[in-house]
Structures are given as structure tokens and as C-alpha cells.
Write a protein that binds this ligand. Structure first.
Ligand code: ATP
Length: 240
């Protein structure tokens, strides 16, 4: 049986740098799956490889819903239902919160105004803070609010899979906790989540399954719970 989203034998080179060395992983519908690993292990490259955004050489295949999407244009992949929230948020500082959210629907023909308004309303329900600040400029938001905005924008397409690159980056622990609760909420509302994180402890707490990436290879995979109690994971990533 094929999986909902499946990466097979992914290899990525940037010039002489071999960032991924034949990586296999999958995500089933309704799961939260995390890829953990230290800086430079290949986490970002894994998501970029799925979205066909690698600026380098990529080999291997990506399947989604049983269809080979390896060579589809990035915009096509988004339209099929895989939304990618990149590291660093990339919000538009001079646009308001609401304009930033509507940018998520830019160019989508199937988006009439009524549909955009309905999706906006759903997002404001999930992120009341964004509703309060909807006329505020993106650049004036706090780091946590900017991360919420980036995730909210990623949801404007009502994706089937949401891929999140380091949502905890540079955020205070309390804010990170709030973001992770939101990720659980997003999954409970029916969106499958692929999350990459350096904060392995938190990621494994909310993930159904996880993969450990080391130097471009997957060295371990198990349920989030089992990985949280795995001695080598504890030693290398949980800092206990
Ligand atoms: P980080 O948390 O720092 O983003 P990561 O686990 O996401 O790390 P990648 O960003 O996928 O890792 O990087 C894997 C390797 O590929 C690293 O050695 C990195 O320096 C290299 N790399 C990534 N992007 C490029 C690029 N555009 N050009 C050259 N090398 C790159």
C-alpha cells in the first residue's frame, strides 16, 4: 500500500556538498511526523526536495496520494495540497496581517472572494491574535506572531499536508509551547503535518512518528514516544 506522502531514496548535492544520501521517509494521512537532527543534518533539504525547490542536484522520487510528483513545478505541488512554511517566516513587513494572509491565495483561480473570506474566518478562529492584529503591518509583529502569520498563510490554501521548517526558531519557550499547541490543533482539524525541528524534545512530544537525520542519512525511526525514551536520542538531542 502506498503512503499519503512518500520520499524514496532522496539524494541532494549542492556542488561538492552531499546534503542527503538516499533518504526514505513517509507520512500517512492524519499523522504528525517529525524529522529531527542537528544543524546541517539535511532537514531543510528534505522539505525543499519534496517541494521541488532544491538549488542543486536531486535524485529519488516523491509520491503524494499515489501520484509521482517528483518533477512537478513547485506551484503545482502547492495546488495539489502540500503547503511549505519555510524557515525564517518570510512575511511581508510592509503589508498588513490580512494582506499577508491573502498573499497565500495569490494567483489561485479557484479562489473567489467569498471563499477567501471563509478561509480567512477559519484562520482567525484558530489564531485570535491574528484577528486582533489584522490591520497591523507584518513587520511590527512579535516573533511568535510572525510565526503564526507564516503558518496561517500556509493554511490559506486549505492544504492536505502542512510542512513546517523550524517553527520554534528564536522564540521564547512560552511562545514555542503556544505554537506547538497550534500545530496539534491544525492536525486535529484534519491537516497532516510534516515538521522539522532542532528542538527535538518538543517535536517528539507532539509527533506520532519521527525520523532522526544525521549527516544526510536517516539513522533511526520510531514513534515519537519511543524516540523520546531512546537513549541515543536522549544523549544526542535532548540535552539531559
Ligand atoms: P539547518 O537547521 O541549519 O537548516 P538542516 O538540517 O536543515 O540544517 P540543510 O539546510 O538541509 O540542513 O543543509 C544540509 C547541508 O547542505 C549543510 O551542510 C548545508 O551547509 C548544505 N546546504 C544547504 N543549502 C545549501 C545551498 N543552497 N548551497 C550549498 N550548500 C547548502
Amino acid at each position: 500500500m502506498s503512503h499519503f506522502l512518500e520520499a524514496r531514496d532522496l539524494t541532494v548535492h549542492y556542488g561538492n556538498v552531499n546534503a542527503l544520501r538516499g533518504v526514505n521517509f513517509h507520512v500517512d494521512q492524519g499523522e504528525i511526523v517529525t524529522l529531527i537532527g542537528s544543524n546541517g543534518a539535511g532537514k531543510t533539504s528534505s522539505l525543499m526536495a519534496i517541494s521541488n525547490l532544491i538549488q542543486g542536484t536531486r535524485r529519488g522520487t516523491v509520491e503524494f496520494g499515489g501520484e509521482d510528483i517528483t518533477h512537478l513545478a513547485p506551484s503545482k505541488i502547492v495546488k495539489l495540497g502540500i503547503s511549505h512554511v519555510p524557515e525564517g517566516r518570510h512575511i511581508f513587513p510592509k503589508l498588513t496581517v490580512e494582506e499577508n494572509l491573502l498573499m497565500g491565495t495569490f494567483g489561485a483561480k479557484r479562489y473567489d472572494k467569498a471563499r477567501a473570506a471563509a478561509v480567512l474566518e477559519e484562520i482567525y478562529q484558530m489564531f485570535p491574535r491574528l484577528r486582533e492584529r489584522r490591520t497591523q503591518l507584518g513587520g511590527t509583529l512579535s516573533g511568535g506572531e510572525q510565526q503564526m502569520l507564516a503558518i496561517g498563510r500556509g493554511l490559506m490554501f486549505s492544504p492536505k499536508v502542512l510542512m513546517l521548517d523550524e517553527p520554534s526558531l528564536e522564540l521564547a519557550p512560552l511562545v514555542v509551547k503556544e505554537i506547538f499547541e497550534l500545530i496539534l490543533d491544525i492536525r486535529d482539524r484534519g491537516t497532516t503535518v510534516l515538521l522539522i525541528e532542532q528542538n527535538a524534545g518538543l517535536a517528539l512530544q507532539i509527533a506520532d512518528r519521527g525520523y532522526v537525520l544525521e549527516n544526510g542519512s536517516i539513522t533511526l525511526t520510531d514513534t515519537g514516544e519511543a524516540l523520546l525514551h531512546n537513549e541515543s536520542v536522549i544523549k544526542a538531542y535532548l540535552g539531559i
